[in-house]
Ligand binder design. Sequence first.
Ligand SMILES: Nc1ncnc2c1ncn2[C@@H]1O[C@H](COP(=O)(O)OP(=O)(O)O)[C@@H](O)[C@H]1O
Ligand SMILES: C[C@@](O)(CCOP(=O)(O)O)CC(=O)O
Ligand SMILES: [Mg+2]
Length: 390
Amino acid sequence: MEVRARAPGKIILSGEHAVVHGSTAVAAAIDLYTYVSLRFPTPEDNDDALKLQLKDMDLEFSWPVGKIKEVLPQLGSTSGSSPSSCSLETTKAIASLVEELNLPEASTGLASGISAFLWLYTSIHGDKPAKTVVTSELPLGSGLGSSAALCVALSAALLALTDFSKLDFSHQGWQVFGDSELDLVNKWAFEGEKIIHGRPSGIDNTVSTYGNMIKFRSGELTCIKTNMPLKMLVTNTKVGRNTKALVAGVSERAMRHGSAMTSVFNAVDSISNEVAAIIQSPVSDDLAITEKEEKLGELMEMNQGLLQCMGVNHASIETVIRTTLKYKLSTKLTGAGGGGCVLTLLPTHDLVLAGTVVDKVIADLEECGFQCLIAGIGGRGMEVSFSGFS
Ligand SMILES: Nc1ncnc2c1ncn2[C@@H]1O[C@H](COP(=O)(O)OP(=O)(O)O)[C@@H](O)[C@H]1O
Ligand SMILES: C[C@@](O)(CCOP(=O)(O)O)CC(=O)O
Ligand SMILES: [Mg+2]
């Protein structure tokens, strides 16, 4: 039997980075997914290795289970019931397994993702042989939460094949876990994110697990219900960056300028609460929608200014801001910044006018070498499906 899990990426409408320091943030799932399939070999396969295939990059790794037992002797499978953090000793042991892969120079960024895989796999299934295949519709390291989507999809696939799973193996198509199983997936995914991000807030794995649009603060989420037709243009500057380094840079700045940065984080908290209140308030007519969009645009610009204060801006982001401003559109970075993806609020009040403006702004942005997409937001969270059940 094979299980397939998928988990969505996300956009952060307000509050990235500040959320790591206890401020409120607002995020939404997007309809781009990371897929993980997992299968245990049958005795006839005569396969004694743990295999990981990263299909999009055309990479495949294999560790003989004997090697895993040797390097991680202290590992006893927890069968997934109690998520735990990777100790320093295990981090080093896993790093040695990853180093031996001699990753191609262009793929060294994958080391943290592979380490997260090894930690999650061995914690939940010990040294059992298996084949895991990963594919993704998300650009990696661009602020759309590919790291969290990977950790959520992995945790879901791994947990779906444990005794704790109450899923119906014979069900055709995608199905959702129950609430307590979703919570467990989210906790394991957070442990994986720690390996990739260093100090994650947990917002990315939470929105990827549960989907929808959420308000998040210090590990607590509130689901945001809205009937406002929110449309965002996502522009990928294609400037590579690394969330772990950017998050660490903000923390260092907060150590150097404690009081000023506390004010910045507090201001972001107020902005996120206002963003959530606007999105949730009932919509009466077109005029009300236009007013709301104007307020949201202004708050996005204010949030962008504060992200600049945190030191996570980039020249490419400024280019997107300048280009969209020509059309009176508001833009902010999304995710960790330093390049990566940028969000532009698209007006919905006059669809004909919006159509022409959107086409023109996309053409201008693409001329700069950027990639644009309009993602569906606030959709489904993590889901699993089974095949080969008999
Ligand atoms: N599909 C994937 N396969 C392997 N590693 C992945 C995958 N998706 C994410 N990762 C890991 O996550 C890293 C990117 O995470 P991060 O810097 O947090 O950016 P983001 O989460 O915004 O995409 C990658 O460099 C890689 O280590
Ligand atoms: C910067 C941060 O707020 C979001 C990072 O998102 P991403 O990895 O850039 O998609 C970090 C976090 O909340 O863990
Ligand atoms: Mg990430």
